[in-house]
Design a protein around this ligand. Structure first.
Ligand code: UD1
Length: 422
C-alpha cells in the first residue's frame, strides 16, 4: 500500500494553479453519453474517480481518452445501458449514469453505488425523481433496473437538496417531453456547470444555482467542447494548508465566488485574504483564533467537504471551536487520527468540540476517506516531526498528485510505493 511521508513545520509559499473540479467533471462525463458523437472536455483532473468513470463509459461501448487535462469521449458506439457491478462499487458517482442512460436508451441497470464511508448515502431521492418522470423501477437485492418507454416532464419537489439527485433528475429530464420543474434543488456551483454543459449540447435549462430549476425537454443533443470549473474543495484545502503552516500562497485559476462561506469562516479565524479576479492570496502570520460555531449545510453554506480540513486549523487555534456536521452522519472519522497527533477534540452526536492546542506532533495515521485524508496531510504539514499517512488511495480519488502539488509550495512530502516482493 502506498503512503505519504511528511516532515512538518515548513510554511507553504509560492503560487499554485488549481485543477478542475472532480464533482463537476463526473456528472458531465456521465451526461456526455446523451449526445452521439465526440466531446472534448478540458480542465479534467487526473484522479482515480475520473479513471473509473472513463472505464465505465468504455464498458458501455464508448471510447474515452485522457491526455493532459483533456478528455475525449466518443459516444456514438455506445451500445450498453448496464453499468458493471464491479465498477459501480468503486465510487458513488457511478449513480450519475442512471439519468443519462435512461434518457438515451430508455432503460438502465445499475447496482447500489460505492464511495466514501461517511454515512448512509441513500439514493431514494434519485429514484423518486426518475419515477416522477415516468420511469419504472425494480430493485432486486443490490440491482436496480429502471425503464421508461418515454419520459414526461413533471413538477418534482426534493425532500432535501441532494446534489446527486438534482443532477440525475436534470439529466433525465433534458430529453423528456414537456417541462420539468425541480423545486428545493441543490445550488452547488457544480450544478451550474452541469447546466452550462447540457445547454452547450443543446438542452434548455434555466435556474441552476437557485433552488428552482426548469428543464424544457428537447428532441436531441449534439456533442461539444467544454471547460470544467476549478475545484473549490481543492482550493479550500490549499487555503487551509497555507494558513495552518503560517505560510503565504497565491492560488490561481480559482473562482472566489464559489468559496464565499469558506473565506468568511477563515477570516473569522484570523486568516488574511487578497482577492483579485480568479486569484486568491492567502496568509496567516499569527496563531489562528477559535471560531465559535460552524455548521455544514448545502451550498451556499459551509461545505461538508471542507469540514475535516478546517477542523485541523481549529485544532491549532486559540480557544474552543464547535463544528456541527449536518450532511453526513459518519463524517468525524478523522477525529481519532487527529487526536493521535495531539489534537484535543470531543465528539458528541453531530457536533465536534475542538479545544485548540499549541502544536500537533507527527504520527502514523490512516486516511479513512477522501477529505479526512486531506485533513491529515494538512495536519502533518503543520506538525512537529514526521507523519506517515496510510491508505492514501482515498486521497487520490480527489487530489491530483497531492505530494507534487504541496512540494511545489515548499512542503517536504514524499510518496512511498512498496516494491512488489518476488
Ligand atoms: C455530493 C458530492 C460530495 C459532497 C456532497 C454534499 C459529488 C460527486 N459529490 O455528493 O462530495 O460531500 O454532495 O455536498 O458531487 N441523500 C438521501 N437520499 C438521496 C440522496 C442523498 O437521503 O437519494 C442524503 C445523503 O445521505 C446525505 C445528503 O442527502 O446525507 C447529501 O447528499 P447529496 O447532496 O446527495 O451528496 P452526493 O450527491 O452524494
Amino acid at each position: 500500500m502506498e503512503k505519504l511521508v511528511i516532515e512538518g513545520g515548513r510554511p507553504l509559499s509560492g503560487t499554485i494553479q488549481i485543477h478542475g473540479a472532480k464533482n463537476a467533471a463526473l456528472p458531465i462525463l456521465a451526461a456526455s453519453i446523451m449526445a452521439s458523437g465526440t466531446h472534448k472536455l478540458s480542465n479534467v483532473p487526473d484522479l482515480l474517480d475520473i479513471q473509473v468513470m472513463l472505464e465505465i463509459l468504455r464498458s458501455l461501448g464508448c471510447q474515452a481518452e485522457h491526455y493532459g487535462d483533456t478528455v475525449t469521449v466518443q459516444t456514438s458506439t455506445a451500445y450498453s445501458s448496464h453499468v458493471p457491478e464491479e465498477l459501480m462499487g468503486q465510487m458513488r458517482s457511478s449513480i450519475f449514469l442512471m439519468g443519462p442512460l435512461l434518457a438515451r436508451f430508455g432503460s438502465v441497470t445499475v447496482y447500489q453505488p460505492g464511495g466514501c464511508a461517511i454515512g448512509e448515502r441513500k439514493i431514494d431521492l434519485h429514484l423518486k425523481g426518475l419515477q416522477a418522470l415516468g420511469a419504472k423501477i425494480e430493485e432486486t437485492g443490490n440491482r436496480i433496473v429502471c425503464t421508461a418507454d418515454s419520459l414526461q416532464g413533471a413538477e418534482i419537489v426534493l425532500d432535501f437538496p441532494s446534489v446527486g439527485a438534482t443532477e440525475n433528475i436534470m439529466m433525465a429530464a433534458v430529453m423528456a417531453e414537456g417541462v420539468t420543474t425541480l423545486y428545493n434543488a441543490a445550488r452547488e456551483p457544480e450544478i451550474q456547470d452541469l447546466q452550462n454543459f447540457l445547454n452547450t449540447m443543446g438542452a434548455d435549462i434555466i435556474g441552476a444555482g437557485t433552488d428552482t430549476i426548469t428543464i424544457s425537454g428537447v428532441r436531441s443533443l449534439s456533442p461539444c467542447l467544454y471547460r470544467i470549473i476549478p475545484d473549490r474543495i481543492v482550493a479550500g484545502t490549499v487555503l487551509v494548508a497555507a494558513a495552518v503552516t503560517k505560510g503565504g500562497v497565491t492560488l490561481e485559476r480559482v473562482n472566489p465566488a464559489h468559496l464565499t462561506s469558506v473565506i468568511h469562516v477563515l477570516r473569522r479565524a484570523g486568516v488574511q485574504f487578497a482577492i483579485d479576479g480568479d486569484i486568491i492570496q492567502v496568509s496567516c502570520p499569527t496563531r489562528p483564533k477559535a471560531v465559535e460555531r460552524i455548521v455544514t449545510s448545502p451550498h451556499p453554506s459551509f461545505p461538508t467537504d471542507l469540514q475535516a480540513q478546517v477542523m485541523v486549523l481549529l485544532s491549532l487555534a486559540d480557544g474552543l471551536s464547535v463544528i456541527k456536521e449536518t450532511i453526513f452522519e459518519g463524517r468525524f472519522k478523522h477525529v481519532d487520527e487527529l487526536s493521535r497527533m495531539g489534537a484535543d477534540i470531543r465528539v458528541d452526536l453531530s457536533s465536534a468540540f475542538i479545544r485548540g492546542v499549541p502544536r500537533l506532533y507527527g504520527a502514523t495515521v490512516e486516511a479513512t476517506d477522501l477529505r479526512a485524508g486531506a485533513a491529515l496531510v494538512i495536519a502533518a504539514l503543520a506538525a512537529h516531526g514526521t507523519t506517515i499517512v496510510e491508505q492514501i488511495h482515498h486521497i487520490d480519488r480527489g487530489y491530483d498528485r497531492i505530494e507534487e502539488m504541496l512540494s511545489g509550495l515548499g512542503a517536504t512530502i514524499k510518496r512511498y510505493t512498496p516494491v512488489p516482493s518476488e
